[in-house]
Write a protein that binds this ligand. Structure first.
Ligand SMILES: Cc1cc2nc3c(=O)[nH]c(=O)nc-3n(C[C@H](O)[C@H](O)[C@H](O)COP(=O)(O)O)c2cc1C
Length: 229
């Protein structure tokens, strides 16, 4: 459940222009209504994600969520006002870990395997959640996992292997969502993959594919770009 992320468009209970991170304050807020739904459906496993709140009131929110039966929470270490700016902080995550008994997942600015370990050691959290660092680079998840379980660094796949996985991903998006929506939904992944593989060439390539509306044209343009790297 999107308990209180920073963007109105993301929160489950967003209304008017207020996002969940504002709405948590009042007793009849969408936040509370959502939690009542959690309480009334104890047979459904529920986890929640939220940010530090408006003024780092996340520990209170975490306690309320736990009392209502949420079984796991992920905390993004930024306040609503920060949006995605500034550095994420982990002191509040640590406080929450000490305060609640349910598993806590630390999130925000985790970009490498070493950073994941550092954040886990500092906060005592049960896990980490990776966000933007995986955009165009899903291999990071495996690298973090390997490092946390063995202490060893691992290499991402070679370019050729990456390309074949990337193209398979795009094909599967087209198949799963259908040609029209699949083409729209592929755009962000094409952008992220292109930038990840070569920032300069990816930036130059983007305007030529950004508005393509035919799935086949999109696929083959991207295919040719990837094999030109
Ligand atoms: C493109 C994008 C989409 C996101 N969608 C959601 C979402 O649907 N629900 C949510 O709770 N958070 C969402 N987030 C927030 C992330 O889950 C995460 O909390 C945030 O990006 C901070 O982690 P990071 O610094 O590792 O990116 C989104 C973030 C991005 C960049």
């Amino acid at each position: 459940m999107n308990l209180a992320p920073s963007a109105p468009s993301m929160t489950l209970w967003s209304y008017e222009s207020a996002s969940g991170s504002i709405a948590v304050g009042s007793k009849d807020s969408p936040f509370h209504i959502g939690l009542i739904c959690v309480r009334e459906t104890p047979n459904i496993a529920t986890s929640g994600e939220f940010i530090m709140g408006v003024n780092k009131n996340a520990p209170n929110i975490a306690r309320i969520a736990e009392d209502f039966g949420i079984q796991m929470i992920a905390i993004h270490g930024r306040t609503r006002a920060q949006k995605y700016n500034g550095d994420a902080e982990y002191d509040t995550v640590k406080k929450i870990v000490e305060l609640v008994s349910i598993p806590v997942i630390a999130n925000g600015d985790i970009t490498t395997a070493e950073k994941a370990k550092k954040v886990l050691d500092f906060t005592g959290a049960d896990g980490v959640m990776l966000g933007r660092a995986t955009q165009g680079n899903p291999w990071l998840v495996g690298q973090v996992n390997k490092y946390l379980s063995t202490g060893k660094n691992s290499q991402p796949p070679k370019l050729e292997k990456k390309i074949s996985l990337i193209l398979k991903h795009i094909r599967q998006i087209h198949e799963f969502y259908g040609n029209k929506m699949g083409t729209q939904l592929s755009r962000k992944h094409i952008f992220w993959y292109s930038i990840h593989l070569d920032q300069k060439k990816g930036t130059a390539f983007w305007p030529s594919i950004n508005r393509v509306s035919d799935h086949s044209e999109q696929y083959f343009k991207f295919h040719d770009f990837l094999y030109s790297l």
